[in-house]
Each structure stands twice: as structure tokens, then as C-alpha cells.
Write a protein that binds this ligand. Structure first.
Ligand SMILES: Cc1ncc(COP(=O)(O)O)c(C=O)c1O
Length: 412
């Protein structure tokens, strides 16, 4: 009943000026989000391929619908079975659960399959495969399985050159309860690719090692129906996708300061922000204190190794080319906003070098005038997925007005 009342309240959202929203809260600039979505859909469409968007970034059916409306979409990727439940209930059928499966989740997966969900799971090692196959025998359904490949040394996955790849695929193919579907990989190391060349090389490596695995499996008579690659930086950098059936990306819908630092987008493309309110000041220190701290931004310090380290977030819009305001420190429910100078373009291209703290005496007057008590402040996040996960809903903003409220889910 309570949930019903909550849903009805969401359906009847009264347009609200953003200064009047309760803070902290999470805003989505709808026009920017649609532009970002259109950009990747068009790029992947031009390469004659399809997208399997990763919905873990936003965990929202409304955002997913906007991605589907832009075209070239084939199913979705999820990072939790709770996401699978939620999106299946909202009409998504073709779902890849892209975190290695474990035996304690097989009953849940079976339930979704029995309800009609076309769900695929992932394995990358023999030990786990034996354990999950054992659990699968307890159910009357066939489980679709893809093998995760390690194409960049970033985290999980089996080496595409290895014998293990072939033995895992044969083991799946020989089971009555599992069906071998193909291979997938995620080049997470693309988050350390600061130049166009580095991103293009990483994209080519992600694709080519995946195609190598497909070739080796084919030589053993094993066919891959699914050949799935992707991360946001490599999805934009890839220039040829022959043999690849789908590209996965998630954070591109909102973008964030990490993506801007990598040159995948401009700061002005970032569609997600956190709205906080100025609580007060420490004038002698040049600090503005807000009610948005690390709970509102997340503790992700993804720009820490970048040429421009934005602390916990960048105040938008950025004040000038030379200086900006950042959340330089944060407590759970307090953020400290200070002025800093941008790193020179020379140091940006060379890699990390911290932004400079401004001259405090000179800046104190500026910053206090800029951010008086009770002023609403928009702060761009380092990592949109981590920030989004702090919220249960987003305010959808058009021309400075919140026009809608979209529900999102969390947890496992
Ligand atoms: C398996 C998998 N696929 C795709 C993605 C999407 O990548 P990105 O967040 O760069 O858009 C992720 C992100 O972590 C992932 O873990």
C-alpha cells in the first residue's frame, strides 16, 4: 500500500524550481542525457552493431526507455539479480547478468528463467562452473552461459589464449542443463587511457582478443552466438565491429568527471549533478559548507589520479577557464567547497598533477559572495554510477525546472 502511494506521488509530480527541491538530491539534465544516449546509439549503429546498455549506472526504467527509443538496442546488461527482477517486471526480457555467477544465486536465476526471462549468466573458471552446474541440475530449465574473457588484465575473465577457455566452453556444451552462448569482456583498463591513441588501442585490443577467442572456439566446433564487448571509453573509440554482436556501455548516458578527464566527453556533457544547499562558511579558511557530503556524492575519488583532481565533485557551471570551485573535502553529510586553479593544459596531457589551492585571503570574499547562505549548489560527480547508487530517485530537469521524478532501485 505504502509503495502504491509512493508510485502515485511519483506519477503526479508538480514542476518545481530546482532551488525549491529538498537537498541533497540528484538531478538529471534530460536534454544532455538524451544527447549522450543519441551519440553512442548513432556511433554503434554506424558500425552496423547493436548496444546492450548496462543499466547499473542509473537502475531506472525511464532512462532505459530513453536508451531504447534512441535505437540500436539489443537487450540490457545488469550487475545484480535485483536489477534483473526489476527490469524484467518492467518488460525487459533479454538480460545479461554480467557479474560471475555463484551457486547461491542459481535458484533466483532459475525462477526468472521459469517466469519467461531470457537471462544469460557469466562464468570464467572451471571451479565455479562445476559448482554452478551442480546447482543447475536441481532445476528444470536450461541456463544460458557466456564465458568472460580477460582482455586487459583489469580484473576477472579467462585468458583468450588459454586452454582453460576451450575446456570451460566444452564443459558447458556437454551439460544438459547449460547452453553455451558465447563470450563477453569488459576493458575496464580503458579508465586509465588518457589519450585518443590509448583509447583506440585499448578498443582494438578488447575487440581483437575477443575475436581471437571466438576463432579458437570455432576451430573446436563451438559457435559463439553472443560476442559482447564494451566499456564507455572503448565503445566510443572503436572504429570497426565486424564479428562483434553487441557493445555494452553504461556511464555514457550521464557521463561524469572521470569520463571528462579521459576526454570521452566535455564537462558540459555531464547530465547528472547533485544539488546541495549552502549551510554556512568558514570565512577565514575560504570554505563554503554544504549539506551535500560524501553520502550525497559517494566516496568515489575517481579523479584523484587525473590532471584535474576535483575532490568529491566540481561545482557547475565551472566559473572560468583558470579557476573553479570543487568539493575539496567531505564528511558524511557536509561538503567543503573551495576555490582551485585548473592544471595547465600541458600538465593535463602529461598526466596527473594536482589542481592548485587558490590564494585563500583573496578568494574568501569571492567565494562567500558567490555562495551565500541557503544558495543551491549543483555539483558534478566523479563517477555517475557510484553517485546514482546513493539515491532512490532522480529529479528530471528541463530549463532549470524539475519536471519529473524518476524512481531507481538499489541493493541486491
Ligand atoms: C561487465 C561490464 N560491462 C559493461 C560495463 C560498462 O562500462 P562503463 O561503465 O564504462 O560504461 C561495465 C562497467 O563496469 C561492466 O562491469
Amino acid at each position: 500500500m505504502q509503495y502504491l502511494i509512493y508510485c502515485m506521488a511519483l506519477m503526479h509530480f508538480t514542476p518545481t524550481n530546482i532551488e525549491d527541491l529538498p537537498t541533497p538530491c540528484c538531478l538529471i539534465d534530460k536534454a544532455k542525457m538524451q544527447r549522450n544516449i543519441a551519440r553512442l546509439s548513432a556511433h554503434i549503429g554506424n558500425l552496423q552493431c547493436t548496444l546492450r546498455p548496462h543499466v547499473k549506472t542509473h537502475k531506472s526504467i525511464e532512462v532505459t526507455k530513453a536508451i531504447i527509443d534512441a535505437g540500436n538496442v539489443k537487450g540490457i546488461t545488469v550487475s545484480t539479480l535485483k536489477e534483473a527482477d526489476y527490469f524484467f517486471k518492467h518488460g525487459m526480457n533479454d538480460i545479461l547478468y554480467a557479474v560471475g555467477i555463484t551457486p547461491n544465486k542459481i535458484a533466483h536465476v532459475a525462477q526468472l528463467i521459469e517466469e519467461g526471462c531470457d537471462l544469460t549468466v557469466v562464468v570464467d573458471n572451471e571451479d565455479m562452473l562445476s559448482l554452478v552446474l551442480d546447482k543447475m541440475t536441481q532445476h528444470n530449465c536450461v541456463f544460458k552461459v557466456v564465458i568472460e574473457l580477460d582482455t586487459d588484465g583489469h580484473r576477472s575473465g579467462v585468458n583468450p589464449h588459454s586452454d582453460a577457455l576451450l575446456s570451460i566452453a566444452k564443459h558447458i556444451s556437454n551439460s544438459n542443463h547449460a547452453k553455451f552462448e558465447g563470450v563477453m569482456t569488459h576493458a575496464g583498463e580503458s579508465y586509465a587511457c588518457f589519450t585518443e591513441k590509448a583509447k583506440q588501442d585499448m578498443a582494438a585490443q578488447e575487440r581483437d582478443l575477443t575475436l581471437l577467442a571466438v576463432k579458437r572456439l570455432s576451430e573446436c566446433g563451438i559457435t559463439c552466438n553472443t560476442v559482447s564487448i564494451g566499456s564507455t571509453p572503448t565503445a566510443f573509440a572503436v572504429d570497426q565491429l565486424d564479428g562483434i554482436t553487441e557493445v555494452r556501455a553504461g556511464v555514457y548516458v550521464f557521463f561524469d568527471l572521470v569520463m571528462a578527464g579521459l576526454g570521452v566527453c566535455d564537462i558540459d556533457d555531464i547530465a547528472m549533478s547533485v544539488l546541495g544547499t549552502v549551510i554556512g562558511h568558514q570565512k577565514d579558511k575560504g570554505w563554503v559548507i554544504t549539506d551535500a557530503g560524501w553520502m550525497a556524492m559517494s566516496r568515489d575519488r575517481g579523479t584523484a589520479g587525473h590532471a584535474n583532481d576535483y575532490g568529491y565533485g566540481l561545482v557547475a557551471p565551472s566559473s572560468s577557464k583558470d579557476k573553479c570551485y570543487i568539493m575539496s573535502d567531505a564528511n558524511q553529510e557536509h561538503g567543503i567547497i573551495t576555490e582551485v586553479s585548473h592544471a595547465s593544459s600541458e600538465s593535463s596531457s602529461k598526466g596527473p598533477s594536482k589542481m592548485q589551492q587558490g590564494d585563500q585571503t583573496k578568494n574568501t570574499v569571492d567565494i562567500i559572495t558567490h555562495f551565500p547562505a541557503a544558495k543551491a549548489i549543483e555539483i558534478l560527480p566523479n563517477h555517475a554510477c557510484a553517485t546514482a547508487a546513493q539515491y532512490h530517485h532522480y529529479y528530471v530537469v528541463e530549463n532549470g525546472v524539475a519536471v519529473d521524478k524518476w524512481h531507481s532501485i538499489g541493493g541486491w
